[in-house]
Design a binder for this molecule. Structure first.
Ligand code: PGA
Ligand code: ZN
Length: 449
């Protein structure tokens, strides 16, 4: 057996950033090279995501144990992959997809399959003596690059929705340092704006507790107030707020969470509960939602909106994309679930102009790459993303660089599981030297800017 052959695969439970168990997997190659991967976990999940297998045993981790997924790796996947060449990523992923046999990885679990898929790629990269981003680019994609694009980060500095116990129904309010010249400088700008926001919040006597992704989770009145505070923070930190200069704003309201399929309306439950809105004022039709976004992007420098409508509201997406898609990035997360088959429908319908990429929504590296490539080949952007439940695994940083996505969503300027990804990007940029390009505001040229 050559040095790339798989000798052992071993999965076990570790903890994610919310203290819930998740799958970790070690892959060992024949000459002893070992690599580990850990999978993340979402809270505001799309309905068509691949299945995250949980034990459901109420007396253990409140049913959230992943021992079944682990035994699926150790007893079913490992015997099928031992002896295989770790460089044959698509073959390895295909074997696991076939072993599973369902179209949503319900049998073995996407958490089981993804842990193996990523650990295999990392082990092969190590055995090739290449950093992961370069291995993915040169060996998996078969692309020799003279320049690598460093992603513009989307930093989620105000958390609401399913990620925080506050009054804001929208999930994420993000800074995008488009005016930076390097990723390193983007991190500096983001950090300064983040800390300016913290000062402003405490001066105004708002809570500076944090939500799941390390952003603040104050009890604010509405999105308008959150955005106004962000604008103040950008200014206080000494930067300009703008869609194509300084710091732009991106949103992920994640409104599938607010959607009532029966009445086909969006219900702002947190605001209604906190008596900020009456039931009537806090209930939106799809058309009203579209109007709302049209007005909001005129008022604030918003360059990107993800899940602006519910995953079931395709018509709403088409309408919004028609209205503002030329100047604003319209991202589908729950809408596509990183699934190339669903993305195909979106491209056909012109439902959005961008897709969010989360590896565990689909469950293998091969299918993730397929979704990114499909988006890019159709002139769309693809944004590589973390989940609200994360670990110190930094694979997404390498993936964003390897695929030249130009954007990454990986949380706020706090919490080590988020910072680990920024630190990995800083490391990659340093290693690449002149081969690293930070495109900043030029990232959005596909929107006709
Ligand atoms: P999740 O949320 O990881 O909790 O699903 C992130 C997102 O909606 O983008
Ligand atoms: Zn989202």
């Amino acid at each position: 057996m050559g040095k790339f052959h798989i000798k052992d695969i071993s999965a076990y439970e570790v903890l994610d950033s919310r203290g819930y168990p998740t799958v970790a997997c070690d892959v060992t190659l024949s000459k002893g090279i070992t690599a580990k991967a850990m999978v993340p976990s979402g809270a505001s999940t799309g309905e068509r995501e691949a299945v995250e297998l949980r034990d459901g045993e109420k007396n253990r981790y409140n049913g959230k144990g992943v021992l079944k997924a682990i035994s699926n790796v150790n007893d079913i996947i490992a015997p099928a992959l031992i002896g295989k060449d770790s460089r044959k990523q698509s073959m390895i992923d295909e074997i696991m997809i076939e072993l599973d046999g369902t179209d949503n990885k319900a049998k073995l679990g996407a958490n089981a399959i993804l842990a193996v898929s990523l650990a295999v790629a990392k082990a092969a990269a190590k055995a090739s003596k290449k950093p992961l981003y370069r291995y993915i680019s040169e060996d998996i994609l078969q692309e020799q690059k003279d320049k690598y694009i460093m992603p513009v980060p989307m930093l989620n500095v105000i958390n609401g929705g399913a990620h925080a116990d506050n009054t804001i129904d929208f999930q994420e309010f993000m800074f995008m340092p488009v005016g930076a010249k390097t990723l390193n400088q983007a991190c500096q700008i983001a950090s300064e704006c983040f800390h300016a926001l913290q000062k402003i919040l405490s001066e105004k006597k708002f809570d500076t507790n944090k939500g799941d992704e390390g952003g603040f989770a104050p009890r604010l009145k509405d999105a308008n107030q959150a955005l106004t505070l962000m604008m103040e923070a950008i200014k206080k930190a000494g930067y300009t707020a703008g869609v194509n200069k300084g710091v732009a704003i991106a949103l992920d309201p994640a409104v599938s969470e607010l959607y009532d399929s029966k009445s086909r309306t969006y219900v702002f439950e947190k605001a209604i509960k906190a008596k900020i809105l009456s039931k009537e004022k806090g209930t939106f039709t799809s058309a009203k939602m579209v109007q709302y976004w049209e007005a909001l992007v005129k008022k604030f420098p918003i360059i990107s909106i993800e899940d602006a409508l519910a995953e079931k509201d395709w018509d709403g997406f088409v309408e919004l994309n028609k209205k503002i898609g030329k100047t604003v990035q319209i991202v589908g997360d729950d809408l596509y679930c990183t699934n190339p088959k669903i993305l195909e429908v979106g491209i056909e319908k012109k439902a959005t102009n961008s897709i969010l990429i989360k590896l565990n929504q689909i469950g293998t590296l091969t299918e993730t790459i397929e979704a990114i490539k499909m988006a890019q080949n159709n002139g769309w952007s693809a944004i590589v993303s973390h989940r609200s439940g994360e670990t110190e695994d930094t694979t997404i940083a390498d993936l964003a660089v390897a695929l030249g996505t130009g954007q990454i969503k990986t949380g706020s300027m706090s919490r080590s599981e988020r910072i680990a990804k920024y630190n990995r990007l800083i490391e990659i940029e340093r290693e690449l030297g002149d081969m690293a390009v930070y495109k900043g505001e030029k990232t959005f040229t596909n929107l006709g800017r």
